[in-house]
Every structure is written in structure tokens, then in C-alpha cells.
Design a protein around this ligand. Structure first.
Ligand code: HPA
Length: 272
């Protein structure tokens, strides 16, 4: 069998075994997924790093500003997995692109997942550099990663999808770090083009506070897998039509570090 054919068949358990072979078998309870421009926290993990290229089914290194590797080890008192980047729907048109990586985390013992992303703000009092904890989300894409899932498990309740307990823990960590943590609703827009000002006015009317191109499919998949999940946005720009600044991926990557340092403090406190 060719190497690629062999790799194509890997199950979550087989991927977990590959990871165990490098990182040891001590259970990993928590996982972080790092968004655009936020990959630096991979380096904060005391442990091992595994390139996604060694884990078939993990994201293609498709988006600049991501760090395509998995770190397994400790931050503070917590043994965790940190995914340096994700695959977005807009890369290959697959809303379930993160299913195998999340199933692999579950096979490693992960029960608690924290997602991060870069996002545009729809709230004038939430400028670039702000952090927003997702209280809820709007799936503005019409897509769903569970389409095609044949079992009744596909009917996932989403009423308290963003874990109240984990959100409370993140809020407490932010308070301890004296970091302002906004809270609001995130709308998933498929991308890769940015939104029009009319689309932003529309989703603002619908109740969104921030907009981005990720996270929502992962929240759905996490709940499908029974993981406790919460997500934090780093605001990199005011959404289209809300300010004169231009919106671009370059700008996102340049602005992400503004909030990334605060985000790292909040997460490190949570894990301490
Ligand atoms: N829209 C969508 N995704 C984003 C934005 C935005 O304004 N900023 C960072 N990611």
C-alpha cells in the first residue's frame, strides 16, 4: 500500500496512538484551538510538538498566520493539547474538516475544548484588541458539519452549546488577570471574502456582536462528540462599513497580537 493510501485510513484511535508514541500516554483533558495570528501559544506548551503533516487528516497548512502543529504537554498545572491552527470551511468547502482532529482529541481523553479565533466587531464599544467570550452563536452560513451523519446523534441540542461552567471559569480567569472580557454573539460567515456593509447591518439586526469565518462548525462538532466547549474571539477590526480602516487578512494578522497577549494571560490563568 502506498504511504498516502495507508494514511488515508487512519482512525481517531490510530491517530491517538501516533500521538501517544511521541507524547506519552498520560491523559490529556483540555484542548485549545488557536485562531489566525494567535498561534504563538503553541510555544508556551512544555512538551512535544507534532507537525500536522505527521497526522493525516489534520488541517492542511492552508492559511498564513496559523502554526500547523499540535503541541502536547503542560501549561501551568494542566496537561493539554494545543492545535496551532484549524482548517476553515472556505479552504476546501468541507464544514466537517475539523471532525477527525476533534475525534482524535476525544480519543486522547479530552473533555474540555477552548476555541479561539480572530473576528470583526459589530459593537462600537468593542474595538480592535478586545476579547469577546462567545455567549452563543448564529450559523449564518446555512452549512452544518453533521450533514450526512447517519445516526440520530446528529440531532444535537444547541441550547447551552457554549458551556455555562467553562464560560464562568474563563470570566473568573479574566477578572483575576484584570483583563476586560466582553461577552456576545458570534456570527459565522463562510468567507473567504469578507462581508459587505449590508451583510454586517443585517447580522447586527439579527443579534450578532462579532463576525468571523470559523469556530461555529467546531462548536457543533464538539457538542456532537460530548465535549464541553467555549470560545473566545480576539477582535482585530471593526466589521465592514463600521469604520474607515481597511479590512484584510494582512490587517487581521497584524492586529491579532494586540489581543493575543491578553488572551494568553486569561488562558494561562485558567490552566494554572
Ligand atoms: N469578518 C470575518 N472574519 C474576520 C474578520 C471580519 O471582519 N476579522 C477577522 N476575521
Amino acid at each position: 500500500m502506498s504511504k498516502s493510501a495507508e494514511n488515508a485510513l487512519l482512525t481517531p484511535e490510530a491517530l491517538a496512538a501516533r500521538i501517544h508514541a511521541v507524547a506519552g500516554i498520560a491523559p490529556v483533558g483540555t484542548a485549545l484551538v488557536l485562531g489566525s495570528g494567535l498561534g504563538g501559544m503553541v510555544e508556551a506548551v512544555e512538551g512535544v510538538q507534532i507537525p500536522y503533516a505527521d497526522l493525516p487528516g489534520f488541517p492542511h497548512a492552508g492559511v498564513s498566520g496559523h502554526s500547523p502543529k499540535l503541541a502536547i504537554g503542560t501549561i501551568g498545572a494542566t496537561r493539554l493539547a494545543v492545535l496551532g491552527g484549524r482548517e476553515h470551511y472556505y479552504e476546501r468547502g468541507n464544514p466537517a474538516a475539523m471532525r477527525l482532529p476533534l475525534e482524535t482529541l476525544k480519543a486522547l481523553g479530552v473533555t474540555r475544548l477552548i476555541l479561539t479565533n480572530a473576528a470583526g466587531s459589530l459593537q462600537p464599544d468593542m474595538p480592535p484588541g478586545s476579547l469577546m467570550l462567545l455567549s452563543d452563536h448564529i450559523n449564518f452560513s446555512g452549512l452544518n458539519p453533521l450533514i450526512g451523519e447517519p445516526t440520530d446523534a446528529r440531532f444535537v441540542p444547541m441550547t447551552a452549546a457554549h458551556s455555562p461552567a467553562l464560560r464562568a471559569a474563563l470570566r473568573a480567569a479574566a477578572t483575576q488577570e484584570q483583563v476586560e472580557l466582553h461577552e456576545g454573539v458570534y456570527a459565522w460567515y463562510s468567507g473567504p471574502s469578507f462581508e459587505t456593509p449590508a451583510e454586517i447591518r443585517a447580522i447586527r439586526t439579527l443579534g450578532a456582536d462579532a463576525v468571523g469565518m470559523s469556530t461555529v462548525p467546531e462548536v457543533i462538532l464538539a457538542r456532537f462528540l460530548g465535549l464541553e466547549v467555549a470560545a473566545i474571539s480576539v477582535i482585530t477590526n471593526m466589521a465592514a462599513g463600521m469604520s474607515d480602516e481597511n479590512i484584510s487578512h494582512e490587517h487581521t494578522k497584524a492586529m491579532a497580537p494586540l489581543g493575543a497577549a491578553k488572551l494568553a494571560r486569561v488562558l494561562t490563568r485558567l490552566l494554572a
